[in-house]
Design a protein around this ligand. Structure first.
Ligand SMILES: Nc1ncnc2c1ncn2[C@@H]1O[C@H](COP(=O)(O)OP(=O)(O)O)[C@@H](O)[C@H]1O
Length: 203
């Protein structure tokens, strides 16, 4: 499966993106070991996370529409954000992936999701923090936190991304804000809602 996915990616995305995917794979495997998760599932989700990264905006919108994905105005303004949710659909269709937690981790890698699973957290963190992203003090600190506390690492990584988006004057997707708030409250022990939002694979 791994070589099939890499061949598919090599035909669809630039070499630099394949390198990023390999960096995410390595970091996801490492985090899975630290947090007692299945490294094979972490590796699979990581390898598949950017399948739709270079799809055209119109393609992303039409796949999302056909699958009945809920669209926020920020998705309509920036359809590229749909590459994560659409990637999970491509993983089902092209590679026959049925593992709902792996599919959710692909779908959640950019914006996260309130109450997302530990596997989703690992892929979300690895996407932003893999070694190819740089080596600033802030990134090094986030990498350390991601080994110690997934919940804290998720909201801190959301804040890190928000700072860059705000500096650049970009829109912030409300789902990412919901993710950040959920994990901040979970980390401070103040979260009382039993109902984390469930991810349902598209049919
Ligand atoms: N919460 C967010 N709200 C709006 N845009 C976002 C958010 N998070 C990431 N983005 C933007 O979406 C794009 C894709 O993010 P990401 O999947 O992390 O891609 P990449 O791997 O290229 O950094 C980036 O251009 C980023 O600026």
């Amino acid at each position: 499966m791994r070589s099939r996915i890499l061949s598919w990616l090599e035909a669809q995305v630039p070499a630099s993106r394949v390198q990023h995917v390999l960096g995410v794979e390595q970091m996801a495997i490492a985090l899975a070991h630290v947090h007692n998760l299945d490294p094979q599932r972490a590796a699979l989700a990581a390898l598949l996370h950017d399948l739709a990264k270079y799809f055209k905006p119109q393609t992303l919108l039409s796949i999302a529409d056909e699958a009945g994905l809920p669209l926020d105005p920020v998705d309509e303004a920036n359809p590229h954000l749909l590459h994560a949710d659409v990637g999970a659909i491509v993983a089902q269709r092209e590679f026959g992936v049925t593992d709902a937690d792996v599919l959710a981790a692909i779908a959640n890698h950019t914006l996260g999701r309130p109450g997302m699973s530990a596997l989703s957290c690992v892929v979300f963190l690895a996407d932003t923090l893999e070694p190819g992203r740089g080596n600033t003090d802030e990134l090094r600190h986030l990498r350390t936190v991601s080994q110690q506390n997934l919940t804290q690492a998720v909201w801190m990584t959301c804040d890190y991304t928000f700072k860059h988006l705000l500096d650049a004057g970009h829109l912030i997707h409300p789902r990412a804000l919901q993710t950040r708030n959920w994990f901040l409250q979970a980390d401070s022990g103040r979260w009382r809602s039993p109902a984390a939002e469930a991810y349902r694979p598209a049919t």
